[in-house]
Ligand binder design. Structure first.
Ligand code: AMP
Ligand code: MG
Length: 528
């Protein structure tokens, strides 16, 4: 008999109130944090990919990950002893409107285990079948969206950005009907399940649902549970601790958004049910990465009119979402002035943090107040003079040597690779670019810094590799015809996003022209 390396510690299941109804049918669930539900059996599971790092985190061996028990358990076909499966109840604001109960409509938690660092990790299958929260949908996930979730969770982790993780990607052998373009042409697609891993899957919407229903007792229970388990350093829950907790949630959310802005990540669906209480990136749907720097770009076709969730709106939306969380917890926290204080300072703090972030991206040392602010403000104008690849642009900056003298032509040639239409770099556009670079080089030459240190600091902050939209789509296209090599390769490239990796140089190239308007490469629907 194989020894299963997990020790279960199912706090959420054991300590919070459960739905008393145990049959599995769609319904409104009152006075409960979750409903017990079993994953749906699947026909022919096949392991496609396992993350080595998450495998190690969970103390699994390579043999475990190729074993029959792994495939059976992480496809949802069997529970291990000690596992207790359930779907969580939560609500949320979707696109600015209260949507009522949402909940885990296709995610099923298997239980909590202790990782190799002694921390709790919840194992969750996404795409594991119907739950009481499935509403009118099918509870399933297709291969393309599962590849996207799996790859991006791990890419974000390696970029140093807080995120839920992904242990495995398993084909179910089932076919799933999806209308990808919402045009009435539904097609069968291969079904898949991702095992997500996170210390907690609690969202802003987890608190909102109880506030909306005036279920105060359970709201308090959930707040206290969250503080005790996920914020133990704050001490025993009490009014002062609630205030500190909210401030910490504001802080971690702010730091998360600064990271997203640093690497050009656009979440795409920042509804309050997709906001983690731990400040993690969660729920990878129609996300995307800025290629040409375009502040109002959104990858989500559903959002193409309002652009609520476009790149540059992410900080404001995060603050708006925090307001909704504050409203939800206010009946328990009581001293709402404090919550208001944290919310009001959010934007100023964001500005300070983002200023620091851009200074680091530019390799600026020390503080040079107004001058640096102007350099950064001018940078945003510069990036939009002609379509400029954000990632390549910042990565190339480290190659300038402030001690060298550059002619105008030499200067442009250093940065030329970042332009999608180099032929546009002439006349006024060209002189503005040159003007900014002269200011920039001048600023660099005045700081006291060893050049090699600046280069390595910048290269550890400005990734060379991001999970470009078209790269993921290429991996999905191959996977759809049974070739999973590109998924594995991308996972490998994204392990070291700040390293040069000459063997993978192609993966750092700017988006090819064919991908500019191709579905999946530039725009994505929510259908997943
Ligand atoms: P999302 O936009 O992915 O965050 O999903 C919003 C809500 O819809 C959540 O409650 C999801 O669980 C639910 N949902 C999304 N897709 C499905 C599906 N295929 N089956 C059941 N519920 C789903
Ligand atoms: Mg969601």
């Amino acid at each position: 008999m194989t020894k299963i390396p997990f020790r279960f510690n199912n706090r959420f299941f054991n300590e919070l109130p459960a739905d008393t109804e145990t049959a599995n049918f769609p319904r409104q669930v009152y006075n409960a944090c979750y409903s017990s539900v079993l994953p749906t059996q699947v026909r022919k599971p096949e392991i496609l990919c396992v993350s080595d790092e998450v495998k190690d985190l969970l103390r699994l061996s390579s043999e475990d990950c190729q074993s029959e028990w792994f495939k059976t358990v992480f496809s949802g076909n069997k529970l291990l002893d000690g596992m207790q499966s359930y779907a969580m109840c939560y609500g949320g604001h979707q696109f600015g409107h209260w949507a009522g109960q949402l909940g885990d409509g296709r995610a099923i938690n298997l239980g909590e285990v202790i990782d190799c660092n002694g921390n709790n990790q919840t194992l969750q299958l996404k795409g594991a079948g119907l739950t009481p929260y499935s509403r009118t949908a099918d509870g399933l996930a297709v291969l393309r969206s599962s590849v996207r979730e799996f790859l991006c969770s791990e890419a974000m982790h390696h970029l140093g950005i807080p995120t839920t993780r992904a242990l495995s990607l398993i084909l179910t052998g089932e076919s799933v009907l999806r209308d990808m373009f919402y045009d009435g042409r539904a097609e069968l697609e291969p079904g898949a399940v991702v095992c997500r891993v996170s210390p907690s899957f609690i969202r802003f919407g987890s608190f909102q649902i109880f506030a909306a229903r005036n279920e105060k007792k359970i709201l308090q229970q959930l707040i206290d549970f969250t503080i005790r388990n996920d914020f133990p350093h704050l001490g025993n829950p009490c009014v002062e601790v609630y205030e500190e907790w909210f401030e910490e949630v504001c802080q971690s959310t702010l730091e998360l958004i600064v990271h997203w802005m640093r690497v050009g990540f656009v979440h795409g669906v920042m509804n309050t049910d997709n906001m983690s209480i731990l400040g993690l990136t969660i729920d990878y749907g129609p996300y995307g990465w800025l290629e040409g720097y375009e502040p109002n770009w959104t990858p989500n076709t559903t959002d193409s009119q309002g652009r609520r969730y476009c790149f540059s709106n992410q900080p404001q939306v995060a603050q708006w979402n925090l307001y909704q969380l504050a409203n939800a917890i206010a009946p328990i926290v009581k001293r709402t002035e404090f919550l208001e204080g944290s919310l009001k300072s959010f934007y100023d703090l964001y500005k300070q943090h983002s200023q620091k972030m851009y200074s680091k991206k530019l390799g600026l040392k020390g503080h040079n107040g107004d001058r640096d602010q102007k350099l950064i403000a001018d940078l945003f104008t510069l990036l939009q003079l002609t379509e400029t690849d954000m990632t390549i642009f910042f990565r190339l900056l480290s190659q300038f040597n402030p001690e060298s003298c550059y002619s105008d032509e030499e200067l442009i040639s250093v940065i030329n690779k970042a332009f999608y239409k180099p032929e546009e770099v002439k006349g006024k556009v060209k002189s503005k670019i040159i003007h900014w670079f002269r200011d920039y080089l001048n600023r660099l030459s005045q700081q006291d810094c060893v050049n090699e240190d600046r280069i390595s600091d910048m290269n550890r902050y400005n990734p060379k590799y991001i999970l470009r939209n078209y790269l993921v789509q290429k991996a999905i296209d191959k996977a759809s015809i049974g070739d999973f090599s590109e998924v594995a390769r991308l996972l490998d490239v994204m392990r070291k996003p700040y390293d040069e990796q000459p063997e993978y140089d192609d993966y750092s190239a700017k988006r090819p022209e064919w991908a500019r308007h191709k579905a999946g490469c530039s725009m994505l629907s929510c259908s997943s």
